[in-house]
Write a protein that binds this ligand. Structure first.
Ligand code: C2E
Ligand code: CA
Ligand code: CA
Length: 735
């Protein structure tokens, strides 16, 4: 049954129709019981038949013996050998011998209902039924067997039978053929018909009982087994249900586990594709996204914009305030930038303080600068991190697809180049990529190589620009012997400015190579060289009798960040055998503002005795409170304000305020980039202490500087009480 189901249907059918033990058992055991009952019936029947036949046979044998003994003599005449009589004659002979009466007497009270006697040829010599006398039964197997000495019996049922006492109905008979002997010799065959109806009836009743008992027993057995089987079926069902439950539990757990694994996989994928600090996509995901966007834009003939965003001076913050603050800052930057980038675009952190954004809009060229401006502005609001109020800015480079590149690498490279251009142009701005930039980037790489070689190649030199001041004594002095015309501007120092004349590139402006040296780190070597050279030069002038009070040297932020700056400076002074007061260090205001540990370096330098000056003052938004903390002696008013004198009232107001503030803090002021007598007059009116600019002197090589310096010392620029710009201009021109 089960196999048929498996063979005929799909496997699911098997599950749908489970093996029904009870039903299976019922049919099979019923079949078996029927078979057993049949076999039992058959066996009982044949057994009882045998018993009945045997008993009847024994009785027939006994009766034959009786007949032979009692009627042997009476039968002698008809069994005489050689006797040839027909049926009629035999009947007459039997009549005359009174055989009928004698056999009737013998059969009286017995179960024998017929007697027949055959001779060896099978001829019926005698029968209790006279009609049968003379019949020839030579082919009867019973007679044949008896003639060979073996009795044979046959049980038959007759509906009608001509018995000795008359006709009988519905009778069971046992016919026995037995040898008829005389003096031991078989001379014929006796056939006895015995009525065994009683036997058979008893046998049938016995048989019925036997069958009933057998069937009953089998049925009882069946019932018992059925009970057992049903119980077993129950257990199987129970186990099945349990198995099913266990299976579904297992299924559920497997499902759960699969889901957990899927989650873990997703988490891993997320980790692999995202920056752990900001949670933003990382470079991998950015490149992947950009590639897909390029494919899409190519198909739909759309534009793309890639923005490279780099924080300005992040390294300084990180180094001075520590990494925890740096990390916080990056997180906040990520948050602010994300708020501006649309959901369909991607903002990624590429590493360090570098972020990238891919804009995939219809008109990226128009949208990109708007987004870039928003990103820049978003960062300008100061951040409060770990009790520090920080202001950060960013430089952004923009490249466009397909104009600036057709691959992710090309576009990224272009955006990166544009970003560097934005930095070089003064930071806190965005720049579109232009093909020339790549060449300038290549130029930069080449130039950097040349710059590194410039020191050994002797291509670097120092120029000096004079500073003019009114000595305090002059202000109150009687007319000086050499002029007799009141206070005068005299040379009071020099600023050392680096110059590079490259054999390959020609004269390279310091703004270019200093920035390059700062980017590449070469500035430390260069700065140390400048310090040494400037100190030695000052010493040489002094030794030659030119009393230059001090030399100013520009210091880069990179130099300040190094721990060895004090060592480098004191070494330079020692090598030149100069006292520390001879050296002034100029540090750009924005550098001091951004480099926290600069204060430590400045304190140490100040302790050394070196004077410190804040260069480009007014551009870095220094707070007054902050200035008070710094160990500085000089403020150098930025040239941009000086240029505005006579043109912008705002610039004049700033200069006025700066000089006033410096006075109240006890600081000296220097104005740089002074080109016109008007500027000079204004500055002097405001009380500016020192003047530097083309009005009096251009940066010059050491020898020329010395000559100019000596000349100006000999004839300083005289100032009238009411200094006329024109007369000052004349004085300057004379200088
Ligand atoms: P800076 O420190 O502000 O130097 C003053 C710059 O103004 C010099 O430019 C000087 O030649 C120029 N200058 C002076 N007077 C006038 C004037 O009347 N009008 C105009 N238009 N310009 C005037 P220079 O020599 O090209 O140097 C540019 C910058 O390069 C310097 O600005 C300084 O920041 C940097 N630099 C030069 N030499 C060194 C150095 O040895 N070390 C470092 N760290 N930076 C240096
Ligand atoms: Ca300077
Ligand atoms: Ca300056």
């Amino acid at each position: 049954m089960g196999e048929a189901a498996i063979a005929s249907g799909p496997p699911s059918d098997k599950a749908a129709s489970p093996f029904r033990l009870t039903r299976y058992f019922s049919w099979v055991s019923l079949g078996l019981i029927a078979l057993a009952a049949l076999a039992l019936g058959y066996f009982a029947q044949s057994l009882t038949l045998k018993v009945v036949s045997h008993m009847a046979e024994r009785r027939n044998e006994a009766m034959t013996a009786v007949f032979t003994n009692v009627l042997g003599q009476d039968f002698a005449p008809i069994t005489a050998p050689g006797l040839q009589l027909n049926a009629e004659q035999l009947r007459v002979l039997a009549q005359s011998l009174g055989l009928h009466t004698k056999t009737a007497a013998l059969m009286q009270g017995s179960e024998i209902v017929k007697v027949k006697l055959y001779n060896r040829q099978g001829l019926t010599l005698y029968s209790s039924d006279p009609k049968q006398i003379g019949e020839l039964k030579d082919d009867n197997p019973g007679i044949q067997s008896a003639l060979r000495g073996a009795a044979q019996s046959m049980l038959t049922h007759r509906d009608k039978f001509d018995a000795f006492e008359g006709q009988r109905a519905d009778i069971d008979l046992l016919a026995s053929y037995l040898p008829f002997r005389r003096q031991g010799e078989i001379v014929g065959v006796i056939e006895l018909y015995q009525d065994v109806s009683g036997f058979v009836k008893r046998r049938d009743a016995l048989l019925r009982r036997l069958v009933l008992i057998g069937l009953g027993t089998l049925l009882l057995l069946y019932a018992l087994q059925l009970l057992l089987v049903r119980r077993a079926q129950g257990i199987i069902h129970c186990q099945e249900a349990r198995l099913q439950k266990a299976n579904s539990e297992l299924d559920r757990r497997v499902h759960e586990r699969t889901e957990e694994l899927a989650l873990a996989k997703a988490r891993l994928e997320h980790l692999a594709q995202h920056d752990p600090l900001t949670g933003l996509p990382n470079r991998l995901l950015y490149i992947d996204h950009l590639r897909r966007q390029i494919n899409r834009a190519e198909r739909n003939l759309e534009q793309l914009a890639v923005l490279y965003i780099d924080l300005d001076r992040f390294k300084e913050i990180n180094d001075t305030l520590g990494h925890p603050v740096g990390d916080e800052l990056l997180i906040e930057v990520g948050r602010r930038l994300s708020a501006i980038v649309r959901g369909s675009d991607i903002l990624a952190r590429l590493g360090g303080d570098e972020f990238a954004c891919v804009l995939s809009c219809g008109d990226a060229a128009l949208e990109a600068p708007l987004v870039a401006q928003k990103l820049i502005e978003a960062l300008l609001t100061p951040m409060n991190l770990h009790a520090n109020e920080l202001q950060i800015s960013a430089s952004i480079g923009i490249s466009l697809f397909p104009g600036d590149g057709r691959s992710a690498d090309e576009l990224s490279q272009a955006a990166d180049t544009a970003m560097y251009e934005a930095k070089r142009a003064g930071r806190n701005r965005y720049h579109f990529y232009q093909p020339e930039m790549t060449t300038s980037a290549q130029d930069r790489a080449a130039m950097e190589k040349l710059l590194r070689r410039s020191l050994q190649a002797g291509e670097l030199d120092l120029h000096f620009q004079m500073k003019m001041g009114i000595p305090a004594a002059d202000l109150f002095a009687e007319p000086a012997p050499y002029s007799g015309a009141g206070p005068a501007l005299r040379p009071c120092g020099a600023e050392a400015l680096a110059r590079w004349h490259s054999a390959e590139l020609g004269q390279v402006p310091p703004t270019r190579f200093i920035a390059l040296a700062e980017e590449s780190g070469f500035i430390n070597e260069l700065g140390a060289w400048v310090l040494n050279k400037a100190c030695k030069q000052l010493k040489a002038w002094r030794d030659a009798g030119l009393q230059v009070p001090h030399v100013s040297v520009n210091l880069s932020v990179r130099q300040l960040e190094r721990n060895d700056i004090v060592q480098v400076v004191s070494q330079a002074l020692a090598d030149a055998q100069l006292p520390a007061e001879c050296l002034e260090l100029e540090i750009t205001e924005s550098v001091i503002m951004h480099a926290e540990n600069a204060i430590q370096a400045l304190l140490a330098l100040n302790k050394l005795g070196v004077r410190l000056s804040v260069d480009d003052f007014g551009t870095g938004y220094s707070s007054l409170a902050y200035l008070k903390l710094l160990p500085i002696q000089t403020l150098k008013i930025d040239r941009s304000f000086v240029t505005g004198i006579g043109a912008h009232l705002g610039d004049e107001a700033i200069i006025q305020a700066v000089i006033g503030m410096a006075r109240s803090l006890g600081l000296r002021t220097v104005a740089e980039g002074v080109e016109t007598p008007e500027q000079l007059a204004f500055l002097l009116r405001q009380g500016c202490d020192q003047i530097q600019g083309y009005l009096f002197s251009y940066p010059r090589a050491a020898a020329e500087f010395a000559a100019e310096y000596a000349a100006l010392c000999a004839s300083p620029v005289l100032l009238q009480a009411e200094a006329e710009p024109s007369s000052l201009g004349a004085a300057a021109n004379r200088a």
